[in-house]
Design a protein around this ligand. Structure first.
Ligand SMILES: *[C@@H]1O[C@H](CO)[C@@H](O)[C@H](O)[C@H]1NC(C)=O
Ligand SMILES: *[C@@H]1O[C@H](CO)[C@@H](O)[C@H](O)[C@H]1NC(C)=O
Ligand SMILES: *[C@@H]1O[C@H](CO)[C@@H](O)[C@H](O)[C@H]1NC(C)=O
Ligand SMILES: *[C@@H]1O[C@H](CO)[C@@H](O)[C@H](O)[C@H]1NC(C)=O
Length: 385
C-alpha cells in the first residue's frame, strides 16, 4: 500500500476492503444515496465498484430497474435520455454517471450494473441513487401592507443537494439577492411587480408571482371644473383624486371645518357668494386617511344692493353741502361709483362719496367687471326753501 495515499483514496480503500469481505469481492458504492436537483440542471452520480481478481468488465451501465430475472435495460438506450446521459466511469472501478438537463420525469432510482467475462459475473449496486427533481416557486405573503417587513422566498419541493446561486427578477429586471430569500424591509408601493427566481447560469425560472402592496391614500389632489373664474350662478364641480390600494372607499368634503358633502365629486349648482371659502377633501380606505391641501374658491359677483347714506342730514343749509356716500358689496370690489341726478342724462360725479351742493334727487351706480347696480334715489332739500 502506497504511503502517499490521499485521504479520499484511503477512505475508499477501507470501504472496499469491507465490501469485499462482506460480498465476496463484488461491490458498488454510490457516493450519494439521494440527490435533489433543480429542473434543467446537471447531476453527477458518483460511484465506484469492485469485482474479484481475474475478471474483466465488457459491459458497465446504468439502469432504472432493479435487475431480477431478465436483464434490465441500459439507460443510454432509452430515447427519453438520448443525449442527456453520459457515462463518465470506466471498465475498472469508476462508475460515475452524468445526467444533464434533468426533467421532472427523471425522478427515479438509478442503479449501476456491470457484467464480467466470467460465468455468473454480474452485479448491481443495491439501494441505487434516488433522484428528486424540483422546480422553483416564489412564495409571497398573502396580505402585504406598505411598511411591513416582507420576505419573498424561492421554494423548492426538496432540499437541494448542491446549493445553487439563485437570481431574483422583478418585471424582468435582475435584483441583487443571490440567496433563496429576497427582503423588502420595509416594503413600499414601488415594490409592486411580478417576481420570479431562477438558478444562476441555468435556464430555470420559477413562474412569475405578483406582489400586491396595500397602502393608504397618497397623492391626493383637488381639481375644479370649470377652471378659471367662478361666476355666481354657474355650476361648479370639485373633484378629489387620490391613489390608494385598495381604491379610496370614502371621499368627504369640508368647507372650513364643516362637512358639506360625500363622494368623489362635489357639485355646486348655481353657486353663490356664500359658497366662497376654503375647501378640502378627505380620502380614506381601510389603511389610512389623507386630507388634501385647501382649495380657495372665490365666487365673483356684480355689486349688490347699493345703499346710499347721507351726512349730516337731508337738508342743506344755504351755502353748505351734504355728503352722499355709496356702498355696495361686490367681488371683485366695486371699481367705479358713478353719481347721477334724476332728470339729468350725464353723471354728476364719481367716487365713493359725492358732495351735493344743490337740491335734487341723487342716486349712485356701483360697477365692477361683473355688472352694475343702481341705488335708490335720495332727495336733498335746501332749508327754508
Ligand atoms: C403622485 O403623482 C405624481 C404626478 O401625477 C406622480 O408623478 C407620482 O408618481 C405620484 N406618486 C405616487 C406615490 O403615486
Ligand atoms: C359636473 O359633473 C357632472 C356629473 O359628472 C357633469 O354632468 C357636469 O357636466 C359637470 N359640470 C362641470 C361644470 O364640469
Ligand atoms: C366609509 O363610509 C362608510 C359609510 O359611512 C363607513 O361605514 C366606512 O367605515 C367608511 N370607510 C372608511 C375607510 O372610512
Ligand atoms: C369707471 O367710470 C368711468 C367714468 O364713467 C369710465 O370711464 C370707466 O371706464 C369706468 N371704469 C370701469 C372699470 O368701469
Amino acid at each position: 500500500i502506497s504511503l502517499r495515499m490521499s485521504l479520499t483514496n484511503l477512505h475508499i480503500s477501507v470501504f472496499c476492503v469491507a465490501e469485499i469481505v462482506a460480498q465476496d469481492g463484488w461491490a458498488v458504492r454510490y457516493f450519494s444515496k439521494y440527490i435533489c436537483a433543480p429542473k434543467g440542471s446537471e447531476v453527477t452520480m458518483r460511484c465506484i465498484y469492485r469485482y474479484p481478481k481475474g475478471h474483466s468488465v465488457p459491459k458497465a451501465f446504468w439502469t432504472k430497474e432493479w435487475g431480477q430475472g431478465s436483464e434490465p435495460p441500459d439507460l443510454s438506450d432509452n430515447p427519453e435520455y438520448r443525449g442527456r446521459v453520459q457515462y463518465l466511469g470506466d471498465e475498472h472501478n469508476d462508475c460515475t454517471l452524468r445526467l444533464s438537463d434533468v426533467r421532472e420525469k427523471d425522478q427515479s432510482k438509478y442503479y449501476f450494473r456491470f457484467i464480467t467475462d466470467k460465468p455468473g459475473g454480474k452485479n448491481q449496486g443495491r439501494g441505487g441513487v434516488d433522484l428528486s427533481v424540483t422546480d422553483l416557486q416564489v412564495e409571497v405573503p398573502e396580505r402585504v401592507i406598505e411598511g411591513d417587513k416582507v420576505t419573498l422566498t424561492c421554494k423548492t419541493t426538496c432540499r437541494l443537494t448542491v446549493r445553487p446561486t439563485l437570481t431574483w427578477h422583478r418585471n424582468g429586471h435582475r435584483l441583487s439577492s443571490r440567496t433563496d430569500q429576497f427582503h423588502l424591509q420595509p416594503v413600499s408601493s414601488e415594490d409592486v411587480g411580478r417576481y420570479h427566481c431562477g438558478v444562476l447560469g441555468q435556464n430555470l425560472l420559477s413562474p412569475e408571482v405578483t406582489l400586491n402592496v396595500r397602502y393608504g391614500p397618497k397623492n391626493i389632489s383637488v381639481s375644479i371644473s370649470p377652471s378659471g373664474e367662478i361666476v355666481e350662478g354657474s355650476s361648479v364641480n370639485l373633484t378629489c383624486s387620490s391613489d390608494a390600494n385598495p381604491p379610496v372607499q370614502n371621499y368627504t368634503w369640508f368647507k372650513g371645518t364643516s362637512l358639506v358633502a360625500e363622494g368623489e365629486t362635489y357639485t355646486m349648482k348655481k353657486i353663490s357668494s356664500v359658497d366662497s371659502g376654503e375647501y378640502k377633501c378627505r380620502s380614506s380606505n381601510e389603511h389610512g386617511v389623507k386630507y388634501s391641501t385647501a382649495l380657495s374658491l372665490d365666487v365673483l359677483y356684480p355689486p349688490k344692493i347699493a345703499s346710499l347714506s347721507i351726512s349730516p342730514s337731508r337738508e342743506i343749509v344755504e351755502g353748505s353741502s351734504v355728503t352722499l356716500t355709496c356702498s355696495s358689496d361686490a367681488n371683485p370690489p366695486v371699481q367705479n361709483y358713478t353719481w347721477f341726478k334724476e332728470g339729468g342724462s350725464s353723471p354728476v360725479g364719481s367716487g365713493h362719496s359725492y358732495r351735493a351742493l344743490q337740491r335734487g334727487s341723487y342716486y349712485c351706480e356701483a360697477q365692477n367687471e361683473q355688472g352694475s347696480q343702481k341705488s335708490a334715489a335720495v332727495t336733498v332739500s335746501v332749508k327754508g326753501i
